[in-house]
Design a protein around this ligand. Structure first.
Ligand code: SAH
Length: 235
């Protein structure tokens, strides 16, 4: 068993087999290599990448496994986290979404290297535009290091089918951010189902928020491109 599988078993009760661990490490190495010429991540050491990219990404796995069957998209995927590791583990049809074209092109290359080209698609564009083009098509969405909870709920709502879930990876959300998210639930048709506070193996604290698409939004979504993040809805 390698270092990653050991961490996942010891700290999160998640089993990773040898093939999966091999692919996960290959993904990390490919991203670190690309990072030499393109700014995808500030984490430069392998050990840092194992914890802050792979371990962190995989903490969402139990929630993705519980979500209804169907398509998965990682919003604001950057270097493909948590999207690529979650695809490696679940084999769901996965869409990696980012507005920066050269990032998604690089990720397409990585997916090919990993033999995941029939599972991974990429979308180079704004989440709001995807929300118009593929409304209601997704069963599960993730977002890490993208925006405040309220903005994520608003961006996710048009993409999700009823009963679909949005997983928000957070380090330490402020009480204000959480209160705001709870206050706009009906406006965006999303309901908080679960909040889990936990730590990574290096002791850093994390918080996972699970929202479900429960009803039709009361405001017309998506709003004009940019507004969800620049001028968030508030209660
Ligand atoms: N999820 C990754 C990257 C986070 S950085 C990680 O956790 O490591 C946020 C990324 O989201 C950036 O790559 C940025 O280009 C992208 N992004 C921000 N707003 C977006 C939007 N509205 N539509 C699409 N991509 C967006």
């Amino acid at each position: 068993m390698g270092r990653l599988a050991d961490i996942m078993a010891q700290h999160h009760g998640i089993d990773i087999d040898g093939d999966q661990e091999g692919l996960l490490m290959k993904d990390l190495h490919a991203i670190m290599k690309i990072n030499e010429t393109m700014n995808l991540t500030r984490i430069l050491s392998e050990e840092g990448g194992i914890v802050l990219h792979l371990e962190d990404s995989l903490t969402g796995l139990p929630f993705v496994e519980k979500a209804p069957d169907g398509a998965y998209a990682d919003l604001g995927t950057g270097g493909g986290f948590p999207g690529m590791p979650l695809c490696i583990m679940t084999r769901r049809p996965t869409l990696l979404v980012d507005s920066v074209q050269k990032k998604v092109r690089a990720l397409q290359g990585v997916a090919q290297e990993l033999g995941l080209e029939d599972k991974v698609d990429v979308y180079a564009g704004r989440i709001e535009d995807l929300g118009r083009e593929r409304a209601g098509e997704f069963s599960v969405l993730t977002a890490r290091a993208l925006s405040a909870l309220g903005s994520l709920m608003e961006l996710a709502s048009p993409l999700l089918r009823r009963g679909g879930i949005l997983l928000c990876y957070k380090a330490q959300p402020s009480e204000e951010e959480v209160a705001c998210a709870l206050g706009i639930q009906e406006m965006v048709g999303m309901t908080l189902k679960e909040r889990r506070d936990f730590s990574l193996s290096d002791g850093s604290t994390r918080c996972m928020f699970v929202f479900e698409k429960t009803s039709k939004p009361r405001v017309k979504l998506p709003r004009r491109v940019g507004l969800a993040q620049k001028d968030p809805l508030h209660p």
